[in-house]
Every structure is written in structure tokens, then in C-alpha cells.
Design a protein around this ligand. Sequence first.
Ligand SMILES: [Zn+2]
Length: 472
Amino acid sequence: METDYKMTIGLEIHAELKTKSKMFCGCANVPLERTPNIYACPICMGHPGTLPVINKEAVRKVLLVGSAVGGNLADYTEFDRKNYFYPDIPKGYQISQYKFPLVSQGKISNINLTRIHLEEDTARSTHETPGASLVDFNRAGVPLLELVTEPEIHSADQAMNFAKELQLILKYLDVSDANMEKGEMRVEVNISVAREGERGTKVEIKNINSFRAAGRAIEYEFKRQSDLLKRGESVIQETRGWNEGKQATISQRKKESAHDYRYFPDPDLPKLIISEVEEFKKDNLKKLLPELPNEKRSRLLKDFGIKAEDIEVYINNENTGKFFEEVSNELKDKELIKLASNYIVSDLSGLSKNSEDNLLGNVTKNDFVKLIKMIKVGDLSSRGAKDILKAMFEDARDPEVIANEKGLIQKNDVEEIKKLVEKILGENPEAVREFKSGKESLLQFFVGLAMKETKGSLNPEVFKKILLEYLK
Ligand SMILES: [Zn+2]
């Protein structure tokens, strides 16, 4: 049975760093530029006799990520040449880090990291022109962070959660836009499948360009490898690509091992002693750390006591989180804050289903605070509140004005409601008798009459309470 098998996953994640210039030359760092080959120079094109220069900002950004995840920052570090031939790698080698990465260890979402190092991105090849392959060097030499985890992930969900959390951290630190669809963040999965206590064969999956694809690819590969093992066949160590159209992994090539790359320290680049550079010192890096996703989670829970699902919305959507906090600071009362959070997460997000970036539409803080207070004192039914919120979303307006226009203010005047109760009871003596003899379902009948009488502008809860006092 498939359940006899266990998968073990390690992740290798690349993220393009946001810097002004490329990793080793002065070319602008614009990897998504559509006009090909406008950001290229003799250095990133690998011409003989040129000399690379290390981008300080890129090193600082990797060290910043290292500090954020509790990693050990190297004191001594160096760059190595990773030798292989491919048209997208003009020098015949990629400058990367091998023995002395900038960061080792650290932890994200309870998964241990092996290392975080810095390297340069490759050019982009396209094979769309018949009979030819084209290479665009705008991306060649863009600073690339590579993060490697320990092989201690055992499910697709765990892998996706890890990648999402890393993406958040990179965004919070403002070191990368980390958009997977745009290729700014790329996830490679190393997965092996074996019976408990046994060792499987490692298969690498590439070409994953969304979190969803990562999850699918892992599930697919788990099943493929389990099926092979069940039939008594063996899994081949290889690199496979995720094919979105086929929803399958396809064999690409046999995996190279590290010694095939003939790594050696790049003789053109100086070794770095991190502690000698002022900006790289631990204390200086610490000063630059913003509030990180996990710290924000704890603070939102502690300060506002809201649901974990709500907190995730605020963690993932900066503007909505800011709006929630501004509203909460105005409302102060915990009950009101929970109510506000419900309306933000359930109702506003329902209205903005077409745009994840703008959950708030045209709703302003002051109008929203006013709306929540109106709901709380019972001026509005929840149906009415939703209608008003929709109007506010489309067009920034005062909820009270909208409520009056639409006749949505509920009647809460106790004296007035008492009169209404007396009128309804007087007109329905038969129903009153039946209610008193135990037919409690008639309560809804009375509420219905009252709502009809007031054309829906009554607060049904207040009415019920007063009605029951009369009937006792
Ligand atoms: Zn260049």
C-alpha cells in the first residue's frame, strides 16, 4: 500500500535580489525587461580579460535574510566557479558559492536550513523561433540568493508552507519581490520515497512556477515513486521537470553530482572577511530588520485577540493589515475590534474578489469605524450593514447617509417598540393563547408581523426581548 511509503523532501529555492546593478558588473538589474539584450556588458557577457566586482548591496541582502532566520553569518566567505557548458551561461561557468556560503543553518517554519548563499543568475533561452534558439542576457549576472533546506519535509503542504513563509520574509525584508509566476522566486524539490527507516533515491523536480504547481508536483512524484517501488522496480536518480499542461513530471536528464562541476575559488574575486565591512556587522544588520511575519502574528494575536485566519490575511496583505490596525486603534474595544475584523475579512474580501491587491476598495478608515459602531449599537441589521459596506466599497461615503437614504436604520426606541408589541398582541389574541400554552414557534410569526409593520426597519432582537417580557 502507498501509505507504507514515506516521502522525504529537501527544497532549493532561488530568489532574484532587488539591487540597482547586477552581481558583478554595473549593468542595471532589470531581469524582466522585455527588449532583449539591452542590459549586458563585456563583464556579464563573459568576455576574456574582464574583471568582475562584488556587489556589496547583494551581499548585505543575503546577510540580512540570514539574520532574519537566525542563521550563522560567515566571517570568511568566497565565491567559486561552477563549471558547466550551456548557451545561457556565457562564461562557461557560473559564479556561485561552494565551501564557504554566506549563511549556514537557521530555521523557517520549524524546518532547518542548510545554507543560504549568493550566486549569479543565468541568461534566458527561448526556443520559440523555428530552427533557432535565442538567448537574452538581460538576466545574466542578476544577483541570486539560493537557500537550501535540510531534507526534513514530509508532505506537500509542509513544503508549500515553507516556501510561502520564505516568500513573506523576503518581501518583508524588501530584498526580493519573490513572485513565482514571474520567475523571481524558483522552487526546486528534491524528493525521495522509501519505507520507514529505509533510504530512497533522490529525484529533483524543476520548472515549478507556482505554489500550487509545487504541491501538485510533489503529490505526483510521491505516487510515481511509490508505484515503481510497489512493482519492485527502482527509482532512477535524475532531474525531472514539472509539465503544467500534462500535470506530470517528465524526465529531463540524469543528475550531475557536485564533482562534475569542478568547483574552485574564483581567482578574479577577493575573499571576504565579513567582520571587516561596517555594513555587514551583526549589530548594524539587526538595526535594519523590520517586524518579521512571525513577530507580527504574535503581536496581532496578543494585542487584538483575533482569529488565526484573520491574522493570516493581515500578514499577507500589507494594506489590509495596516487598515485593520488603524481601525482597531480607533475602536479600542476588543468586541468592536473582533466585529471589525469579521467585516474586513469576510465581507470586504467578498466584495473584492477580482483584485487581491485592493481588498478595501474605496472604504475609508473613518467611515468604516462609524459603520462598525452603528452595527454594534443595533442601528443596522447584518443584511443592512452588508448593503452599506458594498456602497462604501464602490464609492467612499458616510455609512449614516447611505443608511438613511436606503431606509436601513433599525428602530431601537424601546417606548415605540412597546407600543408596537401591544398593538400586535391586541390584534392576535388567538396566537397569544397558543403561544402561552406552549407553541413557542409562534415567536417568529410575531417578529414577521412586526417587520412587516415597520417595513423591515425594526431591530428584531430588541423586539423579541420586549415581546417575551409581555408574554411572560
Ligand atoms: Zn554587465
